[in-house]
Design a protein around this ligand. Structure first.
Ligand SMILES: C[S@@+](CC[C@H](N)C(=O)[O-])C[C@H]1O[C@@H](n2cnc3c(N)ncnc32)[C@H](O)[C@@H]1O
Length: 318
């Protein structure tokens, strides 16, 4: 693998997502880990696949805690995939640029910060069609640094784009945002050395999956109503048609005897009669775990809601 990854990194550091991502699973790892297949412990699971990678909370946790030989991650979001590939290829230069951005930003007053933010945002949007994910280019570093900068300094720290694919979150008011934790990025870069990173639809992982593979699906939440798409990460929504496609794909990988785990927000949180997932995945074990989440775009309040975990294997909860 082509990389200038730091040879010196502290493997005792538990890696954490380098981006704040809508639907991120950091808070749920402990609960999800109770429903992982026991074959992870005896080494018979040799591959891990996460085709809706987002911020990668579970991916980093698993890669750090288990000896899994081959890792595969993908996402439809081109900028997100570019960020993972940049860290894989040249984490050192990325860290340097992020630290430059951070020093500059922290030296500015609020008014200047706002101008700087919108300058970077315009630049980021202007260059959005120039990404070549195949061939490494210096541009990867600049764009990834801009993306991380926007994610860490924007309002609520969300990556959200409009229908034209433009990042449209306004500036935030964090006093001392940290753009980069160099040690964390180096540990992540090290994990990514044994990771295949692909941009595209979830179905692209099919050939990688076999009977020794654990697949974790964490698709975008099923929209509650036509106006509830405030968490959209890309301009395509993950509607019921997409959920049906994913269900077909789940069954296909089930036939390959892979271990499959899927997260979904429970539609019953909003409509007690909505049994969409129970019907779709009838015959498969479905567990409920509690998640703490912002319930709508205007609310600053968190509330406890149920999250579904759907599996194709049986579990003994620890
Ligand atoms: C709920 S988030 C995943 C969050 C992640 N588990 C975490 O911990 O941060 C869902 C992800 O699915 C991606 N996505 C949406 N549609 C997709 C598709 N058709 N194929 C692959 N990825 C898709 C989005 O870009 C988003 O990053």
């Amino acid at each position: 693998m082509v990389s200038t990854v730091a040879n010196v990194f502290d493997s005792s550091i538990a890696p954490k997502p380098f981006l704040k991502w809508a639907g991120g699973k950091t808070q749920l790892i402990k609960q999800i880990s109770q429903f992982l297949p026991k074959e992870l412990n005896n080494g018979s699971i040799k591959k891990y696949v996460e085709p809706f990678i987002g911020g990668g909370a579970l991916f980093f946790w698993l890669a750090h805690n288990y000896q899994i030989k081959q890792l595969f991650i993908s996402d439809i979001n081109t900028d997100l995939v570019l960020a993972y590939k940049t860290i894989q290829y040249n984490v050192e230069e990325l860290i340097e640029l992020l630290l430059d951005f951070e020093t500059k930003y922290l030296s500015l007053n609020q008014n200047e910060r706002s101008k700087y933010f919108y300058h970077i945002r315009n630049n980021f949007n202007y260059q959005r069609n120039q990404i070549d994910l195949v061939k490494y280019h210096e541009f990867w570093i600049e764009r990834t640094a801009q993306m991380i900068f926007l994610n860490k300094t924007c309002f609520n720290g969300l990556f959200r784009v409009n229908s034209k694919g433009e990042f449209n979150v306004p500036v935030g008011k964090y006093k001392k945002p940290s753009l980069c934790n160099p040690e964390n990025l180096k540990v992540i870069a090290n994990i990514l050395q044994r990771t295949e990173i692909i941009q595209g639809d979830f179905s692209k992982c099919e050939d990688f999956v076999d009977r020794n593979t654990l697949v974790y699906f964490d698709p975008p939440y099923r929209p509650i109503s036509k106006t509830s798409n405030f968490t959209s990460y890309s301009h395509q929504t993950f509607d019921d048609y997409q959920q049906l496609r994913l269900h077909q794909f789940f069954k296909k990988l089930d036939k390959k005897n892979a271990f499959i785990l899927m997260s979904n927000s429970d539609p019953k949180n909003h409509n007690i009669d909505d049994d969409f997932f129970e019907k779709l995945y009838s015959g498969y074990p479905i567990e409920k775990v509690k998640a703490s989440r912002f319930i709508n775009s205007n609310s600053s309040k968190r509330s406890q809601i149920n999250e579904l975990l759907i599996m194709n294997y049986s579990i003994q909860v620890n």
